[in-house]
Design a protein around this ligand. Structure first.
Ligand SMILES: *[C@@H]1O[C@H](CO)[C@@H](O)[C@H](O)[C@H]1NC(C)=O
Ligand SMILES: *[C@@H]1O[C@H](CO)[C@@H](O)[C@H](O)[C@H]1NC(C)=O
Ligand SMILES: *[C@@H]1O[C@H](CO)[C@@H](O)[C@H](O)[C@H]1NC(C)=O
Ligand SMILES: *[C@@H]1O[C@H](CO)[C@@H](O)[C@H](O)[C@H]1NC(C)=O
Ligand SMILES: *[C@@H]1O[C@H](CO)[C@@H](O)[C@H](O)[C@H]1NC(C)=O
Ligand SMILES: *[C@@H]1O[C@H](CO)[C@@H](O)[C@H](O)[C@H]1NC(C)=O
Length: 336
C-alpha cells in the first residue's frame, strides 16, 4: 500500500473505517467477481480509492478482470438507464454470484440493514451526486484519463440503490468494438473520510441518430452556490461543454487540486446539472468568455483548462472554522 499519504490524511486514520462503501454493480463491469481474497489488499469494487497509485485507482485496478465478451451495458440515446449502486453485490440483481448470496435484494436502500453513514451521507440533503462517463474506445485497457467525458449526472446519488441516469439524445454510435464507461462518485465531507470512487464497465450506445462526436473534455470548475463554503454562484466561472471526470485524493494522476475539506462534486457546484449532459457535443469554454458563441474555444480558456501535466494535490490548511467543524464530526463519529 501507499506510504506517502499527505499529512492531513493522517486525520482520516482516526475515523473509524466504515465497513461498507458503494460500487456500481453490473455484469458489464470490470471486477464483477473480485472478492476480498483476489488482491494482497481489499480491492473489492466497493472499496474507496484514496492515496492510491495510478494503476491501483484507475478502473479500480480491475483492468485484468474485464467483463465477459458481449456483456455490455446498453445506453439508449435519449432514454434512461437504471444503475444499481450498493454496498453489497448481494443486494443487487446479481446476488446469485455474490459470495454471501442474497443480502437484501429487492430493497431500494443502497446498504440494506445499515445506516446512510455507510454510504457517506448524513441524509438526503447531504447527497452530492454521482456521474457516468464514456470513452469511445471498446477496449478498457486503451482508455486514457483524458478520453472520458461525463455524459450523465444524478444529483440525488447516492441515496437509492436503483439510480436512474438520462442518456443524451444526441449520443453518437460507438465503433464496432463498443465503448467503455465508468461510474464516478465523490461524497460530501460531512460523513467519513474523503475519497473517490470509480468502477469501469463496457457500454454501447443504442438507437443513435446523432453523428456529432463529443468535443474535447475540459476540467470542471467551481461555479455554483455552495452554502457550506459561504460561496455564491458564479456562473461565469463554469466550464460549459464536455467535462472530464474529477480525479482526486490519489497519490498520482489527480486532475483536481481541491483540499481535503472541499471535495469536488458532481452537481451544480462544479457546473454539472442534473440529468443528461446535452452540451458535450461541442468544445468546452468558460461561460463568461465565449457564451455567445458555442463551439468557439477562447485560447485563454484552453490555457486555463490545459492539463499538460497532472498536478499533485495541494493540500491547503482549511480555515479554522472548518477545522472546528470537522473535529466535531470526528468526535461525533467516535461516540458511535
Ligand atoms: C462471475 O461469476 C459467475 C458465477 O459465479 C459466472 O457465471 C460469471 O461468468 C463470472 N463473470 C465473470 C466476468 O467472471
Ligand atoms: C444470475 O442472475 C442474473 C441476473 O438475473 C442472470 O442473468 C444470470 O443468468 C444468473 N446466473 C445464474 C448462474 O443463474
Ligand atoms: C486491449 O488493449 C490492450 C492494451 O493495448 C491489449 O494488450 C489487449 O490485447 C487488447 N485486448 C483486446 C481484446 O483487443
Ligand atoms: C436519479 O435517480 C432517481 C432514483 O432512481 C430517479 O428518481 C431520478 O429521476 C434520477 N434523476 C435524474 C436526473 O435522472
Ligand atoms: C452497439 O449497438 C449497436 C446498435 O444497437 C449494434 O449495432 C452494435 O452491434 C453494438 N455493438 C456492440 C459492440 O455491442
Ligand atoms: C473558478 O474555478 C476555479 C477552478 O475550479 C476555482 O479554483 C476558482 O476558485 C473559481 N473562482 C471563483 C471566483 O469561483
Amino acid at each position: 500500500m501507499i506510504n506517502t499519504v499527505p499529512a492531513v490524511l493522517a486525520l482520516a486514520a482516526f475515523v473509524p473505517l466504515a465497513s461498507a462503501h458503494i460500487a456500481f454493480w453490473d455484469k458489464s463491469m470490470y471486477g464483477f467477481n473480485v472478492t476480498q481474497q483476489d488482491y494482497s489488499y481489499d480491492n473489492r469494487p466497493v472499496t474507496p480509492l484514496v492515496g492510491y497509485t495510478f494503476d491501483q485507482w484507475w478502473f479500480h485496478g480491475h483492468l485484468d478482470h474485464p467483463p465477459l465478451p458481449g456483456d455490455t451495458f446498453d445506453l439508449p440515446a435519449g432514454g434512461t438507464i437504471n444503475s444499481q449502486l450498493s454496498c453489497d453485490k448481494g443486494a443487487t440483481v446479481w446476488y446469485n454470484s455474490s459470495s454471501g448470496g442474497d443480502a437484501g435484494y429487492g430493497s431500494n436502500w443502497p446498504c440494506p440493514g445499515q445506516q446512510s453513514s455507510q454510504f457517506h451521507t448524513t441524509g438526503i440533503d447531504d447527497v452530492m451526486g454521482c456521474a457516468l462517463a464514456i470513452a469511445y474506445k471498446g477496449n478498457g485497457s486503451e482508455v486514457q484519463p483524458d478520453d472520458f467525458t461525463i455524459f450523465s449526472v444524478n444529483q440525488t446519488c447516492v441515496w437509492y440503490l436503483n439510480t436512474e441516469f438520462a442518456v443524451p439524445a444526441e449520443m453518437p454510435a460507438c465503433g464496432p468494438e463498443g465503448c467503455t464507461c465508468a461510474w464516478f462518485w465523490i461524497h460530501s465531507d460531512k460523513s467519513g473520510a474523503e475519497q473517490m470512487y470509480m468502477n469501469g464497465f463496457s457500454c454501447n450506445v443504442t438507437g443513435a441518430t446523432g453523428t456529432t462526436p463529443i468535443g474535447k473534455s475540459m476540467l470542471p470548475r467551481r461555479c455554483g452556490a455552495d452554502s457550506d463554503q459561504n460561496e455564491a454562484a458564479n456562473p461565469g466561472n463554469c466550464t460549459i461543454g464536455p467535462k472530464l471526470p474529477m480525479y482526486w485524493m490519489q497519490a498520482e494522476g489527480n486532475n483536481m487540486n481541491e483540499g481535503y475539506y472541499m471535495p469536488p462534486v458532481y452537481n451544480d457546484i462544479y457546473g454539472f446539472h442534473d440529468g443528461a449532459q446535452d452540451d458535450i457535443f461541442q468544445d468546452a469554454y468558460v461561460s463568461s468568455l465565449g457564451a455567445s458563441q458555442p463551439g468557439v474555444v477562447p485560447s485563454a480558456t484552453a490555457a486555463a483548462n490545459r492539463r499538460a501535466e497532472i498536478p499533485e494535490p495541494v493540500v491547503t490548511p482549511p480555515p479554522a472554522s472548518l477545522v472546528r467543524r470537522h473535529k466535531r464530526t470526528l468526535a461525533h463519529e467516535h461516540s458511535h
